[in-house]
Design a protein around this ligand. Structure first.
Ligand code: F6P
Length: 609
């Protein structure tokens, strides 16, 4: 088996180019360029200078060389760069069926070399090794980060605080296999003796978006579809009563299994929805039905028990799995195994593991998640492009952009370094996306002629579906993929006034019809969208984001930025409750500013009308 966190030989040093001109600048800020200093434990920045002063990566010669290099790149156009076949070949990478083309990025050989130098300066390899070694790299919560262990083969070893956690991982997986088989075969019956054919998974954020993305991706895979026959899987995330109504619409409590998914088991929305759905079940089937109809996925088994779910019916995971990285834990595997059978989940886990191993072992110059991360840093931090559009030409990946939005934005959307120092640059990007071709008829206008938005096109060689009517193919995957190829070139090459004039376009329309081009994109081509490929895609993006966090030197595994809103919501909740019970208006002394007070009063008045 593979020891996933085994120490790897240190990567060969890359020859460093372009650093010399910036050494002077580096000296100016009082530091010498020393590249051999050692890491001070996980998460610590490299130290520079005799005084042991920590120096942000942004003051390193490698960083400055990249800044300097932007001028060269800004003078080049993708229209010309794309004609260079050697450059194209160097920028196409393949790993186990995954084909990735970076040739439409605003980069050349020097850019890549300078980015690899930056990775070395940031001690990327050391930080990755610390992660795989189970060190507590999430320093603000004092936790290891080992979602990669969730997909490690049964016979591998991953150590957290001196203990191999792989047997624990597989104990939960075996329990999921057993439970899902019993439910699916009808051995596990509901309170009135009926098989449980439908599942409602209650959870939000990382306890929702990942499982929803994978479910949507598997739904129309031929084999998954067969295995899901006669079964329904619904998700309930929002506290909006409409979401509750939508999730329960048409379901019969007698045949419904409810999974409460929450790492903490304290998330307000999830707990409220769990209570609502428990009432929906028990109103019809009685209190005892909870034992047969409700199960939980959580790290907090104490609260699961207090809620009234038998810990026997709980599926655990561990504090070393972040919420947004939990789709390969019971968070995703339980609902997916119930819907599609456990073997399909194993294929998905194998795909994720395949990329974990590639990320861990491949030299950086061939390492696809590392290269994606580096290019993202180049686009955002150096070229000032603050967003990323994830554009799957694959309807089954319609929920992938939303999942990656959380993975990326909650991970690296940070204001300070891992040591708590303000960042002298902007980390993180704004992620958004929609499947093509739908997006083309919506926001692509801006992408083609407005702001520069680096795009990530994802396509598959084979479709999950072919639609035949009376023996004739009516829905053509090639048609979809023509757009996948065309859009990337339209962005890169554009269209100038000369060609417009040659087409006799009237002069007054020429500015409107001109496309500047030189707009970057990456194209990712998968053989198909099998569960294995879905796993690869997931781990590719997870590891790419981790790469970026390591280089920007932020903690990608905490999320303090979500706390303030929760605290304020709780104050509003308490106040509303008081206002309702005492039927009084809110006054300024309640601690709300006039704007909030007026708006809440308007809301409460409106409710009473
Ligand atoms: O509020 C953000 C967050 O903490 C996410 O990080 C997490 O995925 C989500 O809430 C749900 O948390 P839990 O699984 O504990 O209910």
């Amino acid at each position: 088996g593979t020891a996933l966190n085994a120490r790897r030989p240190v990567q060969q040093r890359q020859p460093r180019r372009g650093a010399a001109p910036v050494r002077a600048a580096y000296a100016q800020i009082g530091h010498t360029d020393r590249t051999h200093e050692s890491m001070n434990g996980p998460g610590s920045a490299y130290r520079q200078g005799g005084a042991g002063k920590k120096l942000p990566i942004a003051y390193s010669p490698e960083w400055m060389a990249l800044r300097e290099h932007t001028k060269e790149i800004e003078s080049l156009h993708l229209r010309d760069l794309l004609m260079d076949e050697e450059r194209t070949d160097a920028l196409i990478h393949e790993h186990n069926g995954l084909y990735v083309d970076f040739s439409r990025q605003n980069i050349n050989e020097t850019t890549m070399q300078l980015l690899l130098n930056l990775a070395e300066r940031a001690k990327l390899r050391t930080k990755m090794n610390a992660m795989f070694a189970g060190e507590h790299i999430n320093n603000t919560e004092d936790r290891a980060v080992l979602h990669t262990a969730l997909r490690a083969p049964r016979d591998s070893e991953v150590f957290v605080d001196g203990e191999n956690v792989v047997p624990d991982v597989w104990e939960v997986l075996d329990k999921i296999r057993d439970f899902s088989e019993r439910v699916r075969s009808g051995e596990w019956l509901g309170a009135t003796g009926k098989p449980l054919t439908d599942v409602v998974a209650i959870g939000i954020g990382g306890s929702y978006l990942g499982p929803l993305f994978v479910h949507t991706a598997m739904q129309f895979d031929e084999q998954c579809k067969d295995r899901a026959s006669g079964r329904k899987l619904r998700f309930l995330a929002n506290v909006d009563p409409v979401d509750v109504a939508k999730a329960l619409n048409g379901l019969n409590p007698e045949t419904t299994l409810v999974i409460v998914i929450s790492k903490t088991f304290t998330t307000t929305e999830t707990m409220l929805n769990a209570r609502t759905v428990r009432t929906w079940l028990t109103a019809e089937l009685g209190q005892e039905a909870v034992a047969k109809h409700m199960v939980a996925v959580s790290t907090n088994l104490k609260l699961v028990k207090e809620f009234g779910i038998d810990p026997e019916n709980a599926f655990g995971f561990w504090d070393w799995v972040g919420g947004r990285y939990s789709v390969t834990s019971a968070v995703g595997i339980l609902p997916l195994a119930l819907q599609y059978g456990f073997e399909k989940c194993e294929e998905f886990l194998r795909g994720a593991h395949d990329i974990d191993v590639h990320w861990r072992d491949a030299p950086f110059q061939e390492n696809i998640p590392v290269l994606m991360g580096l290019i993202s840093i180049w686009n955002s931090t150096f070229l000032g492009r603050s967003s990323v559009a994830v554009l799957p030409y694959c309807q089954a990946l319609s929920k992938f952009p939303s999942h990656i939005q959380q993975v990326a934005m909650e991970s690296v959307g940070k204001q300070v370094s891992i040591e708590g120092e303000p960042l002298p640059f902007k980390a993180g990007e704004i992620y958004f996306g929609e499947p093509g071709t739908n997006g083309q008829h919506s926001f692509y206008q801006l992408i083609h002629q407005g702001r520069v938005v680096p795009c990530e096109f994802i396509g598959t060689i084979k479709s999950q579906q072919s639609v035949y009517l009376k023996g004739e193919l009516v829905s053509n995957h090639d048609e979809l993929m023509c757009n996948f190829f065309a859009q990337a070139d339209a962005l890169a090459i554009g269209k100038d006034s000369v060609s417009l004039r040659a087409e006799n376009v009237p002069e007054y329309l020429i500015p409107h019809k001109t496309f500047s081009g030189n707009r970057p994109s990456t194209s990712l081509l998968l053989p198909s969208l099998s569960p294995f490929r879905v796993g690869q895609l997931l781990a590719l993006y997870e590891n790419r984001v981790a790469t970026q966090g390591f280089i920007w030197n932020v903690n990608s595994f905490d999320q303090w930025g979500v706390e303030l809103g929760k605290v304020l919501a709780s104050r509003v909740r308490t106040m509303m409750h008081t206002a309702r019970t005492r039927s009084r208006r809110i006054t300024i002394t309640d601690g709300f500013n006039p704007s909030t007070r007026k708006m809440i009063n308007r809301y409460l008045d409106g409710k009473n009308q």
